[in-house]
Ligand binder design. Structure first.
Ligand SMILES: Nc1nc2c(ncn2[C@@H]2O[C@H](COP(=O)(O)OP(=O)(O)OP(=O)(O)O)[C@@H](O)[C@H]2O)c(=O)[nH]1
Length: 327
């Protein structure tokens, strides 16, 4: 009989659009012979992330009812307890938090809840950074600072968008917040998996230095009240000739305040799902995979930003439906 081994848990965090899902998909796609249970939490009423994560044997557990660090901690505990009743099915748990989550309460769950604590071991908090946007954001985004302070491993991602001098500046800023974490520079989160998984890197003593009340359950934190999310949904197919120029225009016009946009779209006369994403003004779009027979061809877009004009954006979006007059 083998001795009981607590289940290793890796928390993937990082500000909006930094590359957490990209890293998660890399971990899940690599040939390593291990199986991971995945928990994804996102900010916004319409779940999109679940659809952007590659297929896994165990499925993806979604928590969309709020921020993982606030209202859904009870859900997190229940999901983990449920997973622990399926021993032998997987080798580790990966948790992707929303870009607006403070990782402290997530990490705290693995120490203050007796049951979870007995069965799991927090292996590492990995923080992904958008090298292109970090310096513009960090002073306004309290969550981004917390995510860096709590990390034991940091990926300075999107290195392809910066020169060495800019990356050095980003690294210097990160070091002011976290002098000890292991830092890697990456493009599309490409790095050997051993750099992020199974390192036993989480160090409670260091965390208690950063946050002396870490183990105190009443620990409070605040979110930026101006950051809000809304979702747009339609089951009428969209006309790409209208939608693509419109979304480019929206991204240009509102890019400064638009922290994140992502969507899964059904275009007219197109059997493939189209995924569109933006982080501020950087926009990407591509076909993903064919719509399945049993899937409703619904277009969903989620916007997260500071004081974005929902009515203007919604009006423009609805005008992109096939057969409607353009804006
Ligand atoms: N140029 C460039 N783009 C990247 C890189 N890594 C990720 N992206 C793109 O950045 C966008 C956000 O990536 P995600 O992996 O979805 O980021 P995320 O942190 O999961 O985003 P949220 O969970 O929505 O906050 C996508 O359009 C990616 O294709 C990179 O290294 N370079």
């Amino acid at each position: 009989m083998t001795a009981f081994q607590p289940m290793p848990v890796t928390v993937l965090t990082g500000y909006l659009g930094a590359g957490k899902t990209t890293l998660l998909n890399r971990i899940l796609s690599e040939e390593h012979g291990r199986k991971y249970a995945v928990i994804v939490n996102e900010f916004g009423e319409v779940g999109i992330d679940n659809d952007l994560v590659v297929e896994t044997d165990e499925g993806v557990f979604e928590m969309n009812n709020g921020c993982i660090c606030c209202t859904v901690r009870g859900d997190l505990i229940r999901i983990i307890e449920g997973l622990m009743r399926r021993p032998g099915r997987f080798d580790g748990i990966l948790i992707e938090t929303t870009g607006l989550a403070d990782p402290a309460p997530v990490a705290q769950t693995f120490f203050v809840d007796q049951d979870v604590r007995a069965k799991t071991r927090l292996d590492s908090i990995v923080t992904v950074v958008d090298a292109h946007h970090l310096l513009g954001e960090i002073d306004h985004a309290h969550e981004a600072q917390e995510q860096l302070a709590f990390a034991d491993t940091i990926l300075i991602n999107k290195a392809d968008l910066c020169d060495t001098e800019a990356l050095d500046k980003v690294e210097a800023r990160i070091r002011r917040i976290n002098p000890t974490a292991t830092i890697h520079r990456t493009t599309r989160c490409a790095l050997p998996l051993e750099a992020v998984i199974g390192r036993g890197a989480f160090d409670l003593d260091r965390i208690l230095e950063v946050e002396p009340d870490f183990l105190d359950e009443t620990h409070e934190h605040e979110h930026d009240d101006h950051v809000a999310s809304f979702s747009l949904v339609t089951d009428t197919p969209l006309d790409p000739a209208k939608f693509l120029p419109w979304i480019e225009q929206i991204t240009r016009a509102f890019g400064l305040d638009m922290l994140r946009m992502k969507g899964i779209l059904a275009f007219e006369n197109d059997d493939d799902r189209f995924v569109v994403q933006a982080v501020h003004m950087l926009l990407e779009g591509d076909h993903q995979r064919p719509w399945r027979e049993d899937e409703k061809r619904v277009s969903r877009l989620v916007f997260i930003g500071r004081d974005l004009p929902r009515d203007v954006i919604e009006d423009g979006f609805l005008r992109c439906r096939a057969g409607r007059a353009a804006a």
